[in-house]
Design a protein around this ligand. Structure first.
Ligand code: GLN
Length: 475
């Protein structure tokens, strides 16, 4: 039996039947990592602490390198955090461990989750299992590639502007960004606190519901975490979309969309219609401003969150070769210049500028106002539909190096995913086809706040009537 290939729910059946033990599954996945990770480079570090296999789900899992895990080095793929050993578990890591989860290791990402390609990591890029010359997407590219390459049964990532959904789409798997406040951010090393959410990257929609069951729920250590009951998400897995209303924004199918992505999405819409869903057009007039708004709000919050990395408390400390003016300030400067990569520095400068006195009203405050307009558009849309459907990304995975010298074109890769973060609503990416070159294409569904169940129901129905999720890359 090829255990690493299985979904978590199939693996649970195998454990129950006694055909293989959780320890065997874990060891088989480790062997798989040994065999293919030299090519894929999904992981930056194996877990130092081995799981104890004391019952529960015991599913081998990969964690993004920004989820604090007790007594493990966690670096956000940044030089500035090298050597930082987390003294505690993040809220989600605690829950994963409590469920029996077996942590395999820490997955590569863009530095501090700044990026859409997994190339800004201080460890070098991860490669797309479907085509090793292409990026896996980002920033949770390591988590997505690990799942797609069967180097993990499932994984956790974080999503600030698309970082779970876009890599899920590029790697042909399922990725969900939950509603803001549904999952605790305690112990997630912050990028943009008003946008960040942790979520599952899985091989199918059932696994997505199972992993969401594990991580969702109140945590008093995150003041934005909502104290609302958590449903059993597997109950939403019904193969039926009859009468459900699917809103398709015409803005999403405007120019800039790759022709093959368009064809796959149109076919997906037709299939959902055949299955009984009602497709209606919705209008999101402010979405053209989403990317600009996001890069004001996200960089402003990032520049503030990154101020804590100064060489005093965490990770790297670099002393200047020669004393200059003030020993402490010199050390700050030296540590931050050597510790942060180019994209992190770019974001700190953009964000600090947007927050500086005299510009705050013109940029950050204005950005927050446009954010409200974008949210209002979506609220209006949800008055006439149950989910909003768009592509996850305007293109399939691009070549390694292709967009690194052009940050703006990299930023545009999140044009469809960013609105859900700005509005705080849940959104999922599910595989919906392949390009002629054999690269996966993803469909995004956005839902009303705290209506993850509707997203799971529609994606489950779609998945049960297609075979995209069963394909495997040839490694
Ligand atoms: N690609 C977007 C960015 O660079 C989103 C990243 C994310 O969701 N963490 O900011």
């Amino acid at each position: 039996m090829n255990l690493p290939q299985l979904t978590a729910h199939d693996l649970l059946d195998v454990f129950k039947s006694g055909k293989a033990s959780p320890k065997e599954a874990y060891e088989d996945v480790l062997r798989r990592i040994k065999a293919v990770d030299p090519k894929v480079k999904a992981y930056v570090r194996p877990a130092k602490n081995q799981p104890d296999f004391k019952g529960g789900f015991q599913i081998p899992i990969a964690l993004k390198d920004n989820l604090c895990t007790k007594q493990e080095e966690i670096t956000c793929a940044s030089r500035i955090l090298k050597g930082f050993i987390s003294p505690y578990d993040a809220g989600v890591v605690e829950k994963v461990k409590k469920s029996g989860g077996a942590v395999l290791g820490f997955a590569n990402q863009d530095e501090f989750a700044f990026g859409s390609s997994c190339e800004t990591s201080c460890y070098g890029p991860t490669f797309n299992p479907w085509d090793l010359q292409c990026v896996p997407g980002g920033s949770s590219g390591g988590s997505a590639a690990a799942v797609a390459a069967d180097e993990a049964v499932w994984a956790l990532g974080s999503d600030t502007g698309g970082s779970i959904r876009q890599p899920a789409s590029f790697c042909g798997i399922v990725g969900l960004k939950p509603t803001y406040g549904r999952v605790s951010r305690y112990g997630l090393i912050a990028f943009a606190s008003s946008l960040d959410q942790i979520g599952p990257l899985t091989k199918d929609v059932r696994d997505c519901a199972l992993l969401l069951n594990i991580i969702a729920g109140y945590d008093e250590r995150d003041s934005t975490c909502v104290n609302e009951p958590v449903p059993d998400y597997t109950k939403a897995l019904v193969n039926d979309v009859r009468g459900l209303k699917i809103g398709v924004p015409k803005e999403a199918f405007a120019e800039g969309l790759d022709a093959q992505v368009r064809v796959s999405l149109e076919a997906a819409i037709d299939l959902l219609k055949k299955l009984g869903a009602v497709v209606t057009q919705v209008h999101l007039p402010h979405t053209p401003y989403a990317v600009a708004t996001y890069y004001i709000v996200a960089t402003a919050e990032a520049s503030s969150n990154l101020a804590r990395f100064d060489g005093v408390r965490y990770g790297l400390r670099v002393q200047p070769a020669r004393a200059r003016k003030n020993a402490l300030v010199d050390m700050y400067e030296e540590t931050r210049s050597k510790g942060f990569g180019a994209e992190a520095k770019r974001r700190i400068m953009l964000g600090t500028y947007a927050l500086s006195s005299g510009y705050y009203d013109a940029y950050y405050l204005r950005g927050q106002k446009v954010r409200t307009l974008i949210k209002n558009d979506l609220d209006e849309a949800f008055k006439v539909c149950d989910v909003v459907l768009t592509p996850t990304s305007p293109t399939v995975a691009f070549k390694v190096g292709e967009k690194m010298s052009d940050p703006l074109s990299m930023y545009l890769s999140d044009i469809y995913t960013i609105p859900a973060n700005l509005a705080g609503i849940p959104a999922i990416s599910v595989p919906c086809g392949f390009s002629k070159g054999g690269l996966p294409i993803g469909m995004q569904l956005m839902g009303k706040a705290f209506d993850e169940e509707m997203l799971l129901r529609v994606s489950y129905t779609y998945e049960q009537n297609t075979e995209w999720h069963t394909r495997k890359p040839n490694l």
